[in-house]
Design a protein around this ligand. Structure first.
Ligand code: ZN
Length: 265
């Protein structure tokens, strides 16, 4: 729901290290451009949650306020526009903040305004984006910088690309640990059917977290909905037996990031 300009900037760095994968190779799929600018396919069966008429009306009102705000960047915005701009009072103050936080990224403030205008887009684009693209998200809201929902979190398919038995066992423990009415992970036998791929990669390519030889990287996000992700662990971890506490803890930690848990462990 709340994809911010800032998060889309930070994502560029992550993207360059994770190869985009197609979600399905199935003929009954919609081809879309995801939030990272990659062309992906999403199976038609997931587009079953269109916005209601009242949602559309509310988003139309917000869109109209945003157009006024953008055309008058130094004036106090309306409440609906402010909500979009993280409660900044003027568009200019939001642009200034963005510029000051990313001095290396921008030569000037002008491209930031261009990005904002592009991100809001046309009315139909705005409604689509802020209704999770009509995708099935099981009404679960996620707190992540880059996405606000997950595609069908009650059925998250996982492929173990390490092909290690120990990893498989540790993954099963992880699935059991996180299982709830809202989150359910299960194995599939092909990466084409998987929304999460577990890989063994070296530390250079893994972009590992400080305290773990592991990471979670988003592969595709569409209309602020997480479509695909990789969970990466080091080759050393992938060799460990399935009940090794470090292997289990690392996988549980990284899978927690999939549904928006932050680094408090
Ligand atoms: Zn973490």
């Amino acid at each position: 729901m709340k994809k911010t300009l800032l998060s889309s900037l930070f994502v560029v760095a992550i993207l360059s290290i994770s190869a985009p994968l197609l979600t399905t190779q199935n003929a009954q799929a919609k081809t879309v451009v995801d939030d990272f600018g990659n062309t992906i396919e999403i199976s038609d069966k997931y587009f079953n949650n269109p916005p209601s008429e009242s949602d559309k009306k509310a988003l139309t009102e917000q869109y109209q306020e945003l157009q006024v705000a953008i055309n008058n960047p130094n004036q106090q915005m309306g409440d609906l526009a402010m909500k979009y701009f993280q409660n900044y009072r003027t568009v200019q103050s939001y642009v200034d903040m963005t510029y000051n936080l990313n001095p290396a990224t921008f030569q000037s403030k002008k491209p930031i305004m261009t990005l904002i205008i592009g991100e809001i887009g046309s009315l139909s684009n705005f409604i689509d984006k802020n209704s999770n693209g009509g995708l099935e998200t099981d009404n679960l809201n996620i707190k992540s910088d880059d996405y606000g929902a997950i595609l069908k979190p009650t059925d998250l398919t996982v492929y173990n690309a390490t092909e290690k038995q120990g990893v498989k066992q540790a993954l099963q423990t992880t699935f059991n640990a996180w299982d709830s009415p809202k989150i359910h992970f299960r194995f599939v036998n092909s990466p084409d059917d998987a929304r999460i791929v577990v890989r063994a990669v070296d530390s250079k390519n893994g972009n590992f977290e400080g305290s773990f030889d592991g990471s979670m990287t988003e592969v595709s996000v569409y209309s602020t909905v997480l479509i695909q992700a990789n969970v990466n662990i080091s080759p050393e971890l992938s060799q460990l037996p399935g009940d090794d506490p470090t292997l289990v803890h690392t996988l549980e930690h990284e899978f927690g990031h999939v549904f928006g848990l932050t680094d408090i462990l």
